[in-house]
Design a protein around this ligand. Structure first.
Ligand SMILES: [Zn+2]
Length: 116
């Protein structure tokens, strides 16, 4: 692994360690009636804002989790951290493969040199 690649790898690993609580999923905003008799939403007034996290699963149906307003910001940050972590993993995978390929090329070249 060349010095530049090693430095980039180190930087990415360090950043990965700073990402905090990661959350997988997509935050969805919608509005709905609460169902309480006498509530403004049941008599033509404004509906209630609701937020939920939809998480894809290996099964056919996505999992849906209600997100309270009080934790919305943290959930949004968690989703961003998860996305960044994924990008970093992809980049690390690319760098690691690249350096292994370079190692194989160098070994092949060294062998060829010896054979002469
Ligand atoms: Zn209501």
């Amino acid at each position: 692994m060349d010095k530049e690649t090693a430095q980039e790898r180190k930087r990415l690993l360090k950043e990965l360690g700073t990402l905090g609580n990661m959350i997988r999923g997509t935050l969805v905003h919608t509005q709905r009636k609460c169902g309480s008799k006498g509530c403004h939403c049941m008599t033509g007034g404004p509906l209630h804002d609701v937020r939920y996290l939809t998480i894809s699963t290996h099964h056919a149906r996505n999992r849906t989790v209600h997100v309270e307003r009080s934790i919305e910001d943290e959930v949004v940050r968690g989703i961003a951290s998860y996305k960044r972590a994924w990008e970093i993993l992809e980049e690390l995978g690319r760098l690691n493969l690249e350096s292994l390929k370079a190692k194989a090329r160098a070994e092949k070249a060294a062998k060829r040199g010896k054979a002469k």
